[in-house]
Structures are given as structure tokens and as C-alpha cells.
Design a protein around this ligand. Structure first.
Ligand code: PLP
Length: 395
């Protein structure tokens, strides 16, 4: 059964990957500039120059044995201390290195956290739309995904549906704000209410229900939008973070798990996280980038490019008649398909050389995701093609 599942996971190609590969072939056929590829969420802004300079200095000036060697399993103490101090300064919290566990990116943070808190057959609530890998991660941890759709058009949580979905088997709830694929950011009121609902459910069912907050896009917000710090609103919170997007380092695989000391059982939870990391064979997070953390903890890539792209794309598409969620963060625009079948819409867009991802794999039908982490020039060049697509639907 397990071998079959692994084989089918390996053989099944994600829609995003398929579109991306189709795009590469198409670019070879008709020229790169003639394909408007919005399929993939790879940061298009490089890491800041100070980051590369520090990295070169670290390599040049350090003992190679020390920077490439194993660290302790939870991670280098100076890296964890730097993260805790940075969080405490920004969010007036009281974390220490003992609450942090360094990982190979947000994906590893999620798989380790889920393994630590989910027992075979227990349920994990996912708010749709969600990052497609969540279902794979939950099922691998032995859990069963339970999907609760967010509300159109603001994509905040639907508490009536959430309360209906929680039961004695609920082990965890995953949130992702700023969200991939909707770009929505959960408001402070929503997070506060979520904390209250989960506390009441813990009381009612006499069990822990962990809130796993997946935050690779925390730093990618535009305007005066605030991303509430979740441990302020719910004690049984686990934060999964990575620098994949905020510092444009997705290939370097570096992130962390943070457990809240406000959870009276945090030491047991932390031990479970260490155990899960061990069982899953992670050993330690990449050593070189652990050593970079104290040097780059205050750095972020230049996100003004994403904000500009968002403004151009959201403005132009809604003007053409498309309906979309206004993205306050991340680098995705979630557009309502003008016909019920988003796959058919994505296929029609392909005829105009526009590559956009139908939403079915994000746990919600009837939308497409447009990744605007591309050059502003690509967005500007693509607008006449979007206009033709809008005309095809008489928008
Ligand atoms: N969570 C979400 C919502 C994502 O969009 C991604 C990557 O795109 C991940 C997790 C995985 O991030 P990482 O590359 O840090 O593992």
C-alpha cells in the first residue's frame, strides 16, 4: 500500500509542473518573449546584494570544517538565538533558542510538525484554497485532510463551516497567510476569532488542537497590511517559516519551526518535533545557511517589484472585467474563471500563450492562479493577450 502510494505520488505530475514544462517547450518553439508564463512561484527578485556579499565573506573567512559540518539537530545556537531576538524585537514576544528548530524550508517544517502532532486516522483541517502539497504532507503523517472553504470575495475564514468541521478527531488546523494561491491575508479579527474557536474546541473535546501557521510569505505584504503574530492569539500554535520567498532562497532549503512557550506542554511538543525530524532523516538544516542567519536576519528581498506587478495586473484584469481576490500579500492573483470549469479556461488562455494554473489542486474549483513573481515587462507584454481572452468571454 505504502509503496503503491509513493509510486503514484512520484508518477503523478502536478498541474503546475506540467504547465511549467509545457511553457519551456513552447518558449523553445516560438521564443521566450512570446510566452506569458505565470505558472510557478519562484521568486523573480534576487536576494539582496548584501546577502551575497556576506555569503562570500562567510565562505572566504571561515574554517571550512566548521561551516560545512553537522550542527546539533535543532540547529546552531547562534542562529536560533538571532531568530528569537529578532522576533522578540518585532513582535514583543519572549522566545528563546529553545523554542526554535531549524529545518530544510517550510515544507520540512510542515512535515516535521505534522508528524509530531498527528496520530494515525486523526483529522487536519485545511482552509481552501491551499498549497497543494498539504494533502500529501497530512496523509504521509497518517492524517486525513478535512477541507473548509474560505469566503468569496475576501477569502477570510468561514467560522460556521470551521466549527462544523471540528470534532474529537481534529489534531490540527493549518493556516497560510499571506496565502498561496489567493494572496489574502487573514485579519487580526479573524485570527482572534480562530483562537477563540480553537480554545473552545479544545475545552469541548478535551484534547490538544494545534494551529500550524505556515508563513513563508510573512514578509511579502503590501501597503499597511498587518500580518498578525499568531502566538499572541492562541497558545497551541506552531509556526512554520522559511526564507525561500522573503530572501529568494528556495533552493537553499532553510527555515524553522517555532513552538509557543505559552503552551504549558511546549517541552513535550518540542521533543516530538526533534523526534519527528530524526525519524524523517533530516539530521540538521543546511549548515552554511544556518551560519548565514545571524548575518541576514534583518534582510528582505526588494518586494517593491511584486507590489508594482500586483498593481498593474490586478488593475488591468479587473478593468477588463475579470473578477479577482485583491491580493494583500504573497505574489499570486486568484482570478474567478469566467466559465465554471477552470481547466477549460486555462486551456483557452494557453491558446493566447498565457499559462495560468486551474485551481482544482488548491482544493477549490472555478478559479485560476496567476503567479506574478515575473518581470514587470512580461506582465505589460501579456496584457493585450489577456484583453483578447476577456473578449472571447465577452466580459
Ligand atoms: N507553503 C506554501 C504556502 C508555499 O507556497 C510553499 C512553496 O511555494 C511552501 C510551503 C514550501 O516552501 P519551502 O520552499 O520553504 O519549503
Amino acid at each position: 500500500m505504502n509503496t503503491e502510494r509513493m509510486r503514484s505520488l512520484g508518477e503523478k505530475r502536478s498541474v503546475i509542473r506540467e504547465l511549467f514544462e509545457y511553457g519551456n517547450n513552447r518558449k523553445a518553439e516560438i521564443g521566450k518573449e512570446n510566452v506569458f508564463d505565470f505558472s510557478i512561484g519562484n521568486p523573480s527578485v534576487p536576494s539582496p546584494k548584501e546577502f551575497s556579499d556576506e555569503l562570500c565573506r562567510l565562505i572566504a573567512e571561515s574554517d571550512p570544517l566548521s561551516i560545512h559540518s553537522y550542527t546539533s539537530a535543532p540547529g546552531d545556537l547562534s542562529a536560533r538565538t538571532a531568530i528569537a531576538e529578532n522576533l522578540n524585537k518585532r513582535f514583543k514576544t519572549a522566545f528563546g533558542p529553545e523554542h526554535l528548530y531549524l529545518t530544510c524550508g517550510a515544507a520540512a517544517s510542515l512535515t516535521v510538525s505534522l508528524s509530531a502532532v498527528v496520530n494515525e486516522g486523526e483529522e487536519v483541517i485545511l482552509f481552501a484554497p491551499f498549497f497543494p502539497e498539504y494533502t500529501v504532507f497530512v496523509e504521509t503523517a497518517g492524517g486525513k485532510p478535512v477541507i473548509v472553504p474560505c469566503k468569496w470575495p475576501d477569502f477570510q475564514m468561514d467560522f460556521e463551516k470551521l466549527e462544523g468541521a471540528i470534532n474529537e478527531k481534529t489534531a490540527a488546523v493549518i493556516i497560510n497567510s499571506p496565502n498561496n494561491p489567493s494572496g489574502a491575508v487573514f485579519s487580526k479579527e479573524s485570527i482572534k476569532k480562530l483562537g477563540a474557536v480553537l480554545s473552545a474546541a479544545e475545552e469541548k473535546f478535551g484534547r490538544k488542537i494545534y494551529l500550524i501557521s505556515d508563513e513563508p510569505y510573512r514578509e511579502l505584504v503590501y501597503g499597511n497590511i498587518e500580518v498578525p503574530f499568531v502566538t499572541d492569539y492562541y497558545n497551541d500554535t506552531i509556526i512554520c517559516y522559511s526564507w525561500s520567498k522573503s530572501l529568494s532562497l528556495p533552493g537553499e532549503r532553510i527555515g524553522y519551526i517555532l513552538v509557543s512557550p505559552k503552551n504549558p506542554e511546549w517541552k513535550a511538543l518540542y521533543a516530538g518535533i526533534c523526534g519527528a525530524g530524526r525519524a524523517l532523516g533530516f539530521v540538521c538544516a543546511p549548515s552554511l545557511f544556518q551560519h548565514m542567519i545571524p548575518k541576514c536576519i534583518e534582510m528582505t528581498s526588494d518586494i517593491s517589484v511584486y507590489e508594482k506587478n500586483r498593481d498593474i495586473l490586478y488593475g488591468a484584469l479587473t478593468e477588463m472585467g475579470f473578477k479577482a481576490v485583491h491580493p494583500d500579500g504573497a505574489f499570486y492573483l486568484f482570478v474567478k474563471s469566467p466559465e465554471p470549469n477552470a481547466n477549460a479556461f486555462s486551456e483557452k488562455a494557453k491558446k493566447h500563450e498565457i499559462l495560468i494554473v486551474p485551481s482544482d489542486d488548491f482544493g477549490m474549483e472555478g478559479f485560476v492562479r496567476i503567479s506574478y513573481c515575473v518581470s514587470t515587462e512580461q506582465i505589460e507584454r501579456s496584457l493585450p493577450a489577456f484583453k483578447k481572452l476577456a473578449e472571447e468571454y465577452s466580459l
